[in-house]
Design a protein around this ligand. Structure first.
Ligand code: COA
Ligand code: MG
Length: 294
C-alpha cells in the first residue's frame, strides 16, 4: 500500500503519539530528527520502541520512523533501537544521493537479519532535496533500483536554510524558483526510478481550502501523496489524492477499449480520441487506486 497522507509526529510527545491510531492517516512518521531536541533523543527512542512494540502485527496506519541523518552517529543508534520492532519503513532525511540509500539498505539488511525479520520488510522513503548538493544531483536516481524503496519525497525548509534564504515562498504563496525546481526534479527523479513521488508538507495547517487546492494540483502533476504536520490535514489529503469515481470509470473504459482492439494505437470513446499516452495514464490511475487500497 502506498500512503496518500504521511503524518509527522514528534516521537517524544506522548500526547501526539496518542493521536496516531485515530488520525486517519495512511502512514504516520514518528520523528526522531528535527522535531526532537538533541537532549530528548534517547527518551524519544525509548518512547518509540514502546509505541512500536505495542503495535506489532498488521498496522493501520503504517508506522514509519524518521531517523537522524546518516552522517551523524545518531542514525545507527536510531536504527538499532527501532528496527527490532519492525517499523513499516524508515524515512531518511538529508539523503545526499543513491549511495546513501545503498548504505541504509545494508544497515537494514543487517538489522533485519539480526532481528529475524523478513529481509526487505522495512521500506525506505528518503528526503532528497534537503541540501544544495543533493538537489543538484537528483538525476542520479535515473534507473536507480532498490526493492525496498517506496518513493522519494522532498522538503523546502532545510534547503532554504542551507542557502541562507529568509523565505521560500512569494507573497502569493507560490514557491520561489529554487523550490519549484527542486520539487519538479524530485518528481522526475522519483518517476525515473520507478517509485512514487510524495509531495512536501503544506505549512499553514489551518488553511484546509488552500491545502485541498494545492493537493489536487499536486496530484494532477504526478505526486501520489504528501507529508502532513497536523491531524487536521489528513482527511483533506486522503480525499485530494484519491482519483474520483468518474476518473476511474473513464480509465477503465480506455483500458477496455484498447484491450478490445489490441492492434490499434488510437480509439474513440464518446466522440473523443484517445491514444497510447492516454492508455498509460489510465493504467497509472487504476494502478494507483489499487496501490492505495492494498
Ligand atoms: N500529530 C498528532 N497530534 C497532533 C499533531 C501531530 N502532528 N499536531 C497537533 N496534534 C494534536 C495536538 O496535540 C492537539 O491535541 P489536544 O487537542 O489534545 O490538545 C491537537 O492536535 C490540536 O493541535 P493544535 O493546538 O491545533 O496544534 P499545536 O499548536 O498543538 O501543534 C504543531 C502545532 C505544528 C507544533 C504540531 O502540529 C506538530 O508538532 N506537528 C508535527 C511537527 C513535526 O513533526 N515536524 C517534523 C517534520 S517537518
Ligand atoms: Mg528538516
Amino acid at each position: 500500500m502506498i500512503p496518500r497522507s504521511w503524518l509527522f509526529i514528534p516521537a517524544d510527545s506522548e500526547k501526539k503519539l496518542g493521536k496516531a491510531d485515530a488520525s486517519g492517516a495512511d502512514a504516520v512518521i514518528l520523528d526522531l530528527e528535527d522535531a526532537v531536541a538533541p537532549a530528548r533523543k534517547p527518551v524519544a527512542r525509548d518512547m518509540l520502541r514502546e509505541f512500536l512494540d505495542a503495535r506489532a502485527g498488521d498496522r493501520s496506519p503504517q508506522l514509519w520512523v524518521r531517523i537522524n541523518p546518516l552522517d551523524t552517529p545518531m542514525a545507527l543508534k536510531d536504527l538499532a533501537a527501532v528496527i527490532p520492532f519492525r517499523p513499516d519503513g524508515v524515512m531518511l532525511p538529508k539523503a545526499e544521493g543513491p549511495e546513501d540509500l545503498i548504505q541504509l539498505n545494508s544497515y537494514l539488511d543487517a538489522l533485519e537479519t539480526a532481528a529475524d525479520i523478513e529481509l526487505g520488510a522495512v521500506q525506505i522513503l528518503p528526503l532528497v532535496t534537503e541540501t544544495p548538493g543533493a538537489t543538484l544531483r537528483l538525476a542520479d536516481y535515473t534507473d536507480f533500483s532498490l526493492p525496498r524503496l517506496s518513493g522519494l519525497t522532498w522538503g523546502a525548509e532545510d534547503l532554504s536554510s542551507a542557502v541562507g534564504a529568509t523565505g521560500n515562498k512569494d507573497d502569493a504563496g507560490a514557491w520561489h524558483f529554487t523550490y519549484q525546481m527542486a520539487r519538479s526534479q524530485a518528481l522526475l527523479a522519483a518517476h525515473a526510478a520507478g517509485v512514487h513521488a510524495i509531495d512536501t508538507l503544506y505549512a499553514d495547517f489551518r488553511d484546509s481550502k488552500g491545502l485541498a487546492l494545492d493537493s489536487r494540483q499536486s496530484r494532477a502533476e504526478g505526486f501520489s501523496g504528501r507529508l502532513a504536520i497536523h491531524p487536521a490535514q489528513v482527511d483533506v489529503i486522503n480525499e485530494s489524492y484519491l482519483p474520483s469515481a468518474e476518473e476511474v470509470e473513464m480509465a477503465r473504459k480506455i483500458i477496455a477499449a484498447f484491450e478490445a482492439e489490441p492492434d490499434v494505437g488510437t480509439v474513440g470513446i464518446d466522440g473523443k480520441m484517445y491514444d497510447i499516452p492516454h492508455l498509460k495514464q489510465a493504467r497509472h490511475t487504476v494502478g494507483l487506486v489499487e496501490a492505495y487500497s492494498e
